[in-house]
Design a protein around this ligand. Structure first.
Ligand code: SF4
Length: 232
């Protein structure tokens, strides 16, 4: 039986593959570094530069970026904060062009009092009865006054259903959204809402957690009314 030495054939292929992997790894490391520098710049200056490029870099390098920040003992939600800040700025023109009655406020259920008497509707989420045990009562009253729809979502899947029901299968009048959540959920939520073509504004929770979270209701109301004063 003839012995064929395949090493001379494979050797250049393996060498080329090795070089490609090293070049790819260096290029990816450079991308992470560029994304990190952009994030730090935007976080500290609040100046939005190259928004689409930075959002793309964040999406591509998200996990390594978080690990790198954690390694240097920096809060990894910096990535989410920058992403939300960019999302709010990019979505502003489309959001501001909508009427108040075309907007919806989406709240997470963690703001509710543990003794909340509200019932869950399979279509519209948790229906606040304005009992006054949490800040949602005030937001509900303001939303009614402004003509904005308000929804309390028990979870991410439900949020999507609320949006789909009202945007596609329902009355179809929700054309813009103000979402309230912790930064990681806002980061994900703003991207998801953009995919269904709804301009959104994100407002972070003041204190996070699974229960008894708090919000800045003035900031939420200001976001809900954004762009309206400019037209008067
Ligand atoms: S104000 Fe609304 S959401 Fe808050 S505890 Fe009362 S019913 Fe529940």
């Amino acid at each position: 039986m003839m012995n064929i030495n395949i090493y001379p054939i494979l050797s250049p292929v393996i060498e080329a593959l090795g070089k490609a992997i090293v070049i790819g790894a260096i290029a990816f490391a450079i991308l992470i570094l560029i994304a990190l520098l952009f994030c730090i710049f935007i976080f500290h200056t609040h100046r939005i530069i190259f928004p689409n490029l930075v959002l793309f870099l964040i999406l591509v390098c998200e996990e390594p970026l978080r690990r790198l920040l954690s390694f240097f003992h920096v809060d990894p939600t910096l990535v989410d904060r920058v992403s939300v800040e960019i999302g709010n700025a990019v979505n502003y023109p489309a959001f501001a062009s909508t009427k108040l009655e075309e907007r919806a406020l989406l709240l997470p259920q963690c703001i509710r009092s543990p003794d909340c008497p509200a019932k869950l509707s399979p279509v519209e989420g948790i229906k606040c009865v304005e009992c006054g045990r949490c800040e949602i009562a005030k937001l509900s009253a303001v939303c009614k006054e402004l003509g904005i729809s308000m929804y309390i979502s028990p979870g991410g899947t439900f949020t999507k259903r609320i949006l789909m029901y009202n945007y596609n299968g329902g009355s179809g009048r929700v054309k813009a959204v103000v979402g309230v959540a912790c930064y990681p959920n806002l980061h994900e939520g703003l991207l998801n809402v953009k995919l269904v073509g709804i301009p959104a504004q994100g407002v972070p929770l003041k204190t996070t957690g699974c229960v008894n979270t708090t919000v800045d209701i003035h900031e939420i109301i200001a976001r809900c009314k954004m762009g309206i004063g400019n037209r008067e």
